[in-house]
Each structure stands twice: as C-alpha cells, then as structure tokens.
Design a protein around this ligand. Structure first.
Ligand SMILES: [Zn+2]
Length: 197
C-alpha cells in the first residue's frame, strides 16, 4: 500500500476530522485524526496491521506491547497475525506501566504498537517499561506519524502514514480562536475556553 492509498482508506473511514482542535501538544489546528474511526472497524484494523507487519523487520517477536487504548488494540491484532502475545501498558499517575502480570523475559524481543505519534511520549514510556524488564524493542509500528521529525528512537520506527503538512498554531496566534470558533478537545482532553482576539 502506498501512503496515498493508506490516507484514502483513513479518509473513507472518516478518520480525518475538520474543525478547530486542541492537540496533545497544546497547539491548535484545523485537522484531527480520529484513529478510532479506523480502529473501530476490525476488518480495517486487520488490513492496517497486516501492512505494518509487511514493513517490519522479518524477525518477528513473541510479544507486542501497545499503550491503552489505540496502541493496545493494534497490539492485539498485530500479535494475532504473527502468533505472539499481546500486552498493553496503562497510565498510572501519568506514566505508562506494564501491569496485569504481563511478563517480558530478559533479552526477549518486543514490538511496540501505537496509533498516532505527536511528541512520542507514549512510545518513550512504553520503551522504558520494556527496558525495565530487560526486554529489547526491535520495532515500533505506528498508524500515523504526525511528529514532523520532532522525535527519534533507537529502534526502527515504522509509520504507515506520515503527515507533515498539518499547520499548528499557538493558542494566542490561532486564526480560529480569533474567529471565536469553539475549540474541540478530542479524545480524553479538556478544552480551555477559546481566547477572543
Ligand atoms: Zn484556536
């Protein structure tokens, strides 16, 4: 699948929202990728994960770890396709932790899965959890990378789609705030009132 084919699939699923959004980075912008429009469709998720696996290192691990929620859904499907275990991390006091008795042995190779990468914080956190067990991350499989190269990792980073042309605004410079358009905080975020300019 080419990038434009991937983008078409995500657009058809309704994953590209238009509006006035608050990003995790606290910046504002007109486009939000609602990955759950893709991940709510198991057939599409299966297709996405198959494509990611085809781009990943040929040596497949016995465990895949993703952060809740989207990363964990992808971990399940990637693990199902390669015959591995699917683990997830969950946020405890703002940090991802590996709980529930999930076991990664010292030296064990692991893949990470994540839905959308902005600043790379979740992946760094998950990689730290795996490091603590002595496991070794051999790849990170990503649905959408919109980090614009702001993040680097010391393992292969494999995004299905890279979005580099999203315009982001500081709240005080945001044209949509100036127009008084209501600010939408997608996912679990909380919107602060839009500044009137
Ligand atoms: Zn704004």
């Amino acid at each position: 699948m080419t990038s434009s084919e991937v983008e078409k699939l995500l657009r058809e699923a309704g994953a590209f929202l238009q509006g006035h959004f608050l990003y995790a980075s606290k910046l504002h912008g007109a486009v939000y990728i609602e990955k759950f429009r893709a991940l709510e469709d198991p057939a599409l998720t299966s297709k996405i994960c198959a494509e990611l696996i085809s781009r990943a290192p040929t040596k497949q691990p016995k465990a895949v770890v993703g952060p809740l929620t989207g990363g964990a859904l992808m971990a399940f499907e990637v693990a199902r396709q390669i015959g591995a275990k699917a683990y997830f991390t969950e946020k405890i006091d703002g940090k991802n932790e590996l709980r529930r008795g999930f076991r990664i042995e010292p030296g064990q190779e692991v893949w990470i899965t994540e839905d959308v990468v902005n600043l790379g914080g979740s992946i760094t956190d998950v990689a730290r959890c795996i490091d603590q067990t002595g496991g070794k991350v051999t790849a990170a499989l990503i649905l959408v990378d919109r980090s614009k190269g702001r993040v680097t990792f010391d393992f292969p980073f494999i995004p299905l789609l890279q979005i580099t042309d999203l315009t982001e605004y500081k709240p005080e410079e945001c044209p949509f705030c100036k127009q008084g358009l209501p600010l939408v905080a997608p996912g679990g975020r909380k919107a602060e009132p839009a500044a009137k300019g």
